[in-house]
Design a protein around this ligand. Structure first.
Ligand code: NAD
Length: 481
C-alpha cells in the first residue's frame, strides 16, 4: 500500500497543524486530509486568506464590473446603445464583498467535508528550552507536523505611511465608501496596475508612479511597454523611472511630489493615494522574529522540502513553511502548489510521485484590460543568461477572432531554445491572456517543444490560434501575417 494512503493511527491530537487558512494553508490542509491525516487549521482572521477575502477574488469581481462598464460604453458600433449608463460604485463594492463572503464560506464547507478542525485564534511560535513550540492562547498545540502558511502583508515606505483613509493599502482601496475623483498609485506591480485599471475604467482620474523603467517589472519588457501604451491611451497617466518624494495633506486632498524620469520635480494633487510598493512576509503575527528561526530578507527560510530552518540553517524538526511567507513569486497558485508538495512529502508519498513545484515556469497574470499572462523566461532574461533563442510573435490584430470581438490590442510572444525548440517562456498581452497561458504551462510541463505545437491543429476562430501563430512566426512560417 502506498504509505501516503495508509490510514493514520488513532491518536488524540492532530497529525498536522496548519497555521493560516489562505490558498497555501487551506489547500495543504485538504491535501493532508485526503492523505489520511487528522488536520487542524489555526486561522485568526478569515478562511480563504487574503486571496479569497481581500485579494485575487474580490478584485476580480471589481475588475469584471469595470470591464463590463468599459465594454458597454464603447458598444455602440456593435449595436449596443446604453443611454444613461453609469457606474454604481457602492453596488460594485457590495457585490465583490458578497463574492468574498461566499469564498470564505466555501472553504469552511470544504473543511467540514474533509473533517478538518478550524481554530479561530492566533498561533504564535516560541522557543522554550531550545525547542520550538506552537502556542494558542498561551498553551502548546502540538503535532508531528506543523506547517506555517501565514502569508504576506503590504510593505510600506517611510515617506508614505498608509492611514487607511487617504493613503490606502489594497485593503481599503477595494472597500472605499465612495468613488474617489482622483487617485495616485505608487508602484506599478500587479496590485498597482489592477487598481489603476479599475479606477480609471470607472471614471476616476488615475496617475501611476513606478520607480523602475517599466511597469510590471517582472514581465517581458515588450509586453510591459505595449501595456503602458494601451493604459495611457485609456487615460491613465503613467510615470516610469519616477522617484516618489513626499505626500502631504492639503485640505481634504493629498499633494504628492516626485521626480520624473527626466529629473524634473512634479507635483500632483489627488483625493486618494494607494501605496502598492510590494508585500513582505507576515512574520510578526506568528512571532517568527523572536523564535530563533532563520529569516531571509523578510521571509522564512526553508529547505527544498519546505522544512523550516533554525537560526543556524538546520531543519527545525516537524516545522515547515510554504507560500508567500517563504518568498516570491508571491502568488496564490504557487502557495497552493507548495502546500501540496510539502504535505505529500511529510505524508510519505514517494519522491518521484510528489508534485514538485517548478518556480522557473510559474505562471503569472495581471487582470487589467488588455490582460497579461506569462510563464518562464522573458526574452531579456533568456538573453542575459546567454541562451541561444528564437523569438516568435503574433499580434492579436491579425486574428479574425480578435477582429470580431474588437479585442485587437496585444500580442503573443514565445521564447524558444534555438536548437531544441524547448519552450523557455511565453508572454501574452490581450484577449484572455490569463487563461491562454495555461496551455503553454501544460506544454512546458509535458516537455513539449515547438514541433508538437506546430503539429497540433487548433480550433478556428479562437485566441488559441494566435498562440500557434507566434510559434509559426518563430520559424518564419506564420500564415496570417
Ligand atoms: P510588486 O512587488 O509586484 O510591485 C511593487 C512595485 O512598486 C514595483 O514595481 C516597485 O518597483 C515599485 N516601487 C517600490 N517602491 C517604489 C517607490 N518608492 N516609488 C515608485 N515605485 C515603487 O508588489 P505589488 O504589486 O504590491 O503586489 C504584491 C504581490 O502580490 C506581488 O508579488 C504580486 O505578484 C502579487 N499579486 C499578484 C496579482 C496577480 O497575479 N494578478 C495581483 C495582486 C498581487
Amino acid at each position: 500500500m502506498n504509505p501516503a494512503n495508509a490510514p493514520s493511527k488513532p491518536s488524540a491530537g492532530p497529525d498536522v497543524i496548519v497555521v493560516g487558512g489562505g490558498p497555501g494553508g487551506y489547500v495543504a490542509a485538504i491535501r493532508a486530509a485526503q492523505l489520511g491525516k487528522k488536520v487542524v487549521v489555526v486561522e485568526r482572521a478569515h478562511l480563504g486568506g487574503i486571496c479569497a477575502n481581500w485579494g485575487c477574488i474580490p478584485t476580480k469581481a471589481l475588475l469584471h464590473s469595470a470591464e463590463l462598464f468599459a465594454s458597454l460604453k464603447k458598444g455602440a458600433h456593435l449595436g449596443i446603445v446604453a443611454d444613461g449608463l453609469r457606474f454604481d460604485f457602492g453596488a460594485a463594492i457590495a457585490s465583490s464583498r458578497k463574492v468574498a463572503e461566499g469564498q470564505k464560506r466555501g472553504v469552511g464547507l470544504l473543511f467540514k467535508k474533509n473533517q478538518i478542525e478550524h481554530i479561530d485564534k492566533t498561533a504564535t511560535l516560541r522557543r522554550e528550552g531550545g525547542k520550538l513550540k506552537l502556542l494558542v492562547d498561551g498553551s502548546e498545540l502540538s503535532a508531528p507536523h506543523i506547517i506555517l502558511a501565514v502569508g504576506a502583508k503590504p510593505k510600506t515606505i517611510p515617506s508614505l505611511v498608509p492611514d487607511g483613509k487617504n493613503v490606502l493599502t489594497y485593503f481599503e482601496a477595494m472597500n472605499l465608501p465612495s468613488q474617489p475623483k482622483s487617485l495616485l498609485v505608487v508602484g506599478a506591480g500587479a496590485i498597482g496596475i489592477e487598481f489603476a485599471y479599475f479606477y480609471n475604467a470607472i471614471g476616476t482620474q488615475v496617475t501611476v508612479l513606478e520607480a523602475l523603467p517599466q511597469i510590471l517589472p517582472v514581465e517581458d519588457s515588450e509586453i510591459a511597454e505595449q501595456l503602458r501604451r494601451e493604459l495611457t491611451k485609456q487615460g491613465i497617466r503613467i510615470h516610469v523611472g519616477a522617484r516618489f518624494a513626499s505626500c502631504e495633506p492639503v485640505g481634504s486632498e493629498q499633494k504628492v511630489r516626485f521626480t520624473d524620469a527626466n529629473g524634473q520635480s512634479q507635483e500632483v494633487v489627488v483625493e486618494k493615494v494607494l501605496s502598492a510598493v510590494g508585500v513582505t512576509g507576515n512574520l510578526d503575527t506568528v512571532g517568527a522574529q523572536s523564535a530563533g528561526i532563520k529569516i531571509d530578507r523578510g521571509f522564512l527560510a526553508v529547505d527544498e522540502w519546505y522544512r523550516l530552518l533554525d537560526a543556524n540553517g538546520k531543519p527545525e524538526p516537524g516545522f515547515y513553511a510554504i507560500g508567500d511567507c517563504i518568498g516570491g513569486p508571491l502568488l496564490a497558485h504557487k502557495a497552493s502548489a507548495e502546500g501540496i508538495a510539502c504535505v505529500e512529502k511529510l505524508a510519505g508519498v514517494p519522491d518521484r510521485e510528489i508534485r514538485r513545484v517548478d518556480l522557473s515556469s510559474m505562471p503569472g497574470a495581471t487582470f487589467c484590460r488588455p490582460e497579461v499572462g506569462s510563464m518562464g523566461l522573458t526574452e531579456q532574461k533568456a538573453r542575459a543568461e546567454g541562451k541561444q533563442i528564437k523569438v516568435g510573435k503574433f499580434p492579436f490584430k491579425a486574428s479574425g477572432k480578435a477582429q470580431a470581438t474588437g479585442e485587437t490590442e496585444g500580442l503573443v510572444k514565445v521564447v524558444l531554445d534555438e536548437q531544441t525548440g524547448e519552450i523557455l517562456g511565453a508572454h501574452i498581452l490581450g484577449g484572455t491572456a490569463s487563461d491562454m497561458i495555461s496551455a503553454l504551462c501544460i506544454a512546458r510541463s509535458g516537455e513539449l517543444t515547438a514541433t508538437e505545437v506546430l503539429h497540433t491543429v487548433l480550433p478556428h476562430p479562437t485566441y488559441g490560434e494566435i498562440t500557434k501563430g507566434a510559434f509559426e512566426a518563430a520559424f518564419g512560417e506564420a500564415i496570417d501575417l
